[in-house]
Design a protein around this ligand. Structure first.
Ligand code: DAT
Ligand code: MG
Length: 149
């Protein structure tokens, strides 16, 4: 089973979208194996978004992502990396389809509500920026046979 890192950004927390967003992943059938709230500092922002340091939007991104608490989670499931990206929608909410988090809940790229890892390798890197192995829960859910054939 694959794991991905998903994060509700400060705007999602401020706009009371935490419950609805988590609910979408639960309804889909993905398993929450890690969950916490924290406020990102500059060092974590630079680690998380290392690939974007130096780009014109980086300073805006860093101040946005550190501006308030976020909800960090690790989701587990079949092909969950790609599925969570699809559920989140395009980076720019203007291009995100209806039914996606960004399509339904956001307007601008600089306030796009949610993060999801873009590959299995990114997921492994990002999960361990925010969680220790001990903070992740391995458990069975009784509904698994009704979600997976
Ligand atoms: P994603 O979050 O879909 O993986 P990304 O990794 O390319 O997208 O960029 C990280 C975040 O940076 C993105 O969620 C919003 C911001 N961002 C990306 N491109 C931007 C741009 N051209 N202008 C402003 N913000 C941008
Ligand atoms: Mg990205």
């Amino acid at each position: 089973m694959e794991r991905t890192y998903v994060m509700i950004k400060p705007d999602g927390v401020q706009r009371n979208l935490v419950g609805e967003i988590i609910s979408r992943f639960e309804k889909k059938g993905f398993k929450i194996v890690g969950l916490k709230m924290l406020q990102i500092d500059r060092a974590i922002a630079e680690k998380h978004y290392a690939e974007h340091i130096g780009k014109p939007f980086f300073e805006g991104l860093a101040s946005y992502i550190t501006s308030g608490p976020v909800v960090a989670m690790v989701l587990e499931g079949k092909d969950v990396v790609a599925a969570a990206r699809a559920m989140n929608g395009a980076t720019n909410p203007a291009n995100a389809g209806p039914g996606t988090v960004r399509g339904d809940m956001a307007i601008e790229v600089g306030r796009n509500v949610i993060h999801g890892s873009d590959s299995v390798d990114s997921a492994k890197r990002e999960i361990f920026i925010y969680f220790t192995e001990e903070e992740l829960c391995e458990y069975k859910k009784v509904l698994e046979n009704w979600i997976y054939e």
